[in-house]
Design a protein around this ligand. Structure first.
Ligand code: SAJ
Length: 436
């Protein structure tokens, strides 16, 4: 298989197309967004990911990657399009997968390999894609190779992880799985684990559901520690000395285009049995509200005053706003009546309350919330905060700052889940626990 057509040039499709091209394949990248095509034709990428711009410029320059708006004939087709959550029904929106599969029909031929990389509910390949592929008149089980191969890369380290992570390849039959393994062997240095399509679909969801449930445990512990007068971060540090314990970190909520979404695909598939998974989702989805309730207890008058939200992206050092808890916090506080300014050094797009500089966000503020632990915020000093703020108070939801140092210098720092701090300040736990 020498030619690969990658359909969808987003956070996953573009790096995947580039890595195939860097490893000897002739790649055609497809995207229906004319701006994406235009930018790539100018040699520019539309996402922030370390090393990606240089790698993209190289393969474009060498002609190993070309970009079009519609698929062309190829030996292998890789579909990497969004599968967003329909927030009304909490079900997967599969229209992009359907459209991408349909876009292949005019160019598909006997012997071609079709790979779905998008994260989907179990059964999507067999129940959604196969019927579409059958419209070619080919029998997908005899004339094509069809697999699901989900990605596991972590935004911010995609190029490295694409090559070094192990990879699951699930085929509609064993021949398809082996064909998929052959394709990914062109760049995957990790193990390539073959299975059936439905198992591969569920495996991907389970990986992210595992993480969501464990983040929910950390968040629930933060609430408990707020009430008990214990520091959840100290509990995490001590508990993780146990050889088989790995407590994750509490935060203001769970964002990104995967962790908060994928568990719902499992719940959709098995709504009666997924009680733990659903409860974890609820715990995590409530965190922005609880952060805002705690803000009320820290402000002179609930609903009055200036608040700075530092960090809007869903996690540190990325520019991605999808499902970001910070956006929910900005909305809730604004609706409560606060004047909210938000600053994020990584996000180029716009968002509610956007401030263009850190100073603009912090000037005259009564409370600053660190909502995303971008590296840039590690440079915050008590002196600077006291210089620009009206009230030098910080709610640190990511345990970025050393609250003792700031307190000594006259800046009150409250860290999410640090109940010890609340006890010292005689802030009543029931009130805060209700908040947190
Ligand atoms: N978060 C916490 N506490 C933690 C860890 C994360 O609150 O201890 C929050 C983050 O702040 C963020 C959200 O959870 O808002 C998700 O962040 P993340 O780093 O856990 O996940 P992603 O979405 O960047 O990447 C995950 C990874 N999946 C797993 O680690 C199992 C990645 O390997 C997947 O490829 C990716 O989802 C995906 O695209 O599926």
């Amino acid at each position: 298989m020498e030619t690969v057509c990658v359909v969808g040039l987003g956070y996953i499709g573009l790096p995947t197309a580039i890595v195939f091209a860097l490893n000897g394949k002739q790649v055609v990248g497809i995207d229906t967004n004319p701006q994406v095509i235009e930018q790539l034709h100018q040699g520019k990428i539309h996402i922030e990911e370390p090393g990606l711009q240089d790698a993209c410029a190289k393969v474009l320059q060498e002609g190993r990657l070309v970009v079009y708006s519609r698929p062309v004939s190829a030996d292998a087709f890789v579909i990497a399009v969004p599968t967003p959550l329909n927030h009304e029904t909490n079900q997967a929106e599969l229209s992009y997968v359907e459209k991408a599969t349909e876009s292949l029909l005019p160019v598909l031929k006997k012997g071609d390999l079709v790979v779905l990389e998008s994260t989907v509910p179990p059964g999507t390949v067999e129940e959604v894609m196969i019927p579409i592929l059958q419209r070619t008149g080919l029998d997908p089980y005899e004339d094509l190779w069809v697999v699901h191969s989900p990605e596991r890369v972590i935004p911010g380290n995609i190029l490295y992880e694409l090559e070094h992570n192990s990879r699951v390849v699930g085929g509609i039959n064993r021949g398809s799985a082996l064909k998929g393994k052959e394709l990914y062997s062109s760049f995957v240095k990790g193990d390539i684990l073959i299975t059936d399509a439905r198992t591969a679909e569920l495996t991907k969801l389970v990986e992210n559901t595992f993480r969501d449930v464990n983040i929910a445990l950390a968040n629930e512990l933060a609430l408990i520690c707020s009430e008990l007068g214990v520091d959840v971060w100290e509990v995490q540090r001590l508990a993780n000395y146990h050889p088989r314990v790995n407590l994750l970190s509490p935060g203001p909520g769970v964002g990104g285009h995967c962790i908060p979404i994928d568990p719902w695909f499992v719940i959709e598939t098995s709504p009666v049995l997924t009680r733990l998974i659903r409860t974890a989702r609820i715990v995590n989805e409530e965190m922005p509200d609880r952060v805002c309730q705690f803000v009320d207890t820290l402000m002179p008058e609930p609903g009055e005053g200036n608040i700075a939200v530092l960090g809007v992206a869903y996690k540190a050092n990325v520019d991605d706003l999808r499902e970001s808890p910070a956006l929910r916090i900005i909305d809730i506080l604004t609706e409560r009546g606060y004047t909210v300014k938000a600053y994020d050094p990584h996000v180029r797009g716009t968002y509610r309350g956007r401030a263009n500089t850190l100073e603009e966000a912090l000037t005259d503020m009564d409370l600053a919330i660190i909502a995303t632990d971008h590296a840039e915020f590690r440079g915050l000093t008590p002196e600077y905060i006291k210089h620009v703020a009206r009230h030098p108070v910080i709610l640190d939801t990511r345990q970025m700052l050393n609250s003792e140092d700031f307190l000594t210098a006259g800046v009150s720092v409250y860290t999410l889940g640090n109940g010890k701090r609340l006890r010292e300040r005689q802030i009543s736990y029931p009130e805060v626990a209700a908040g947190f």
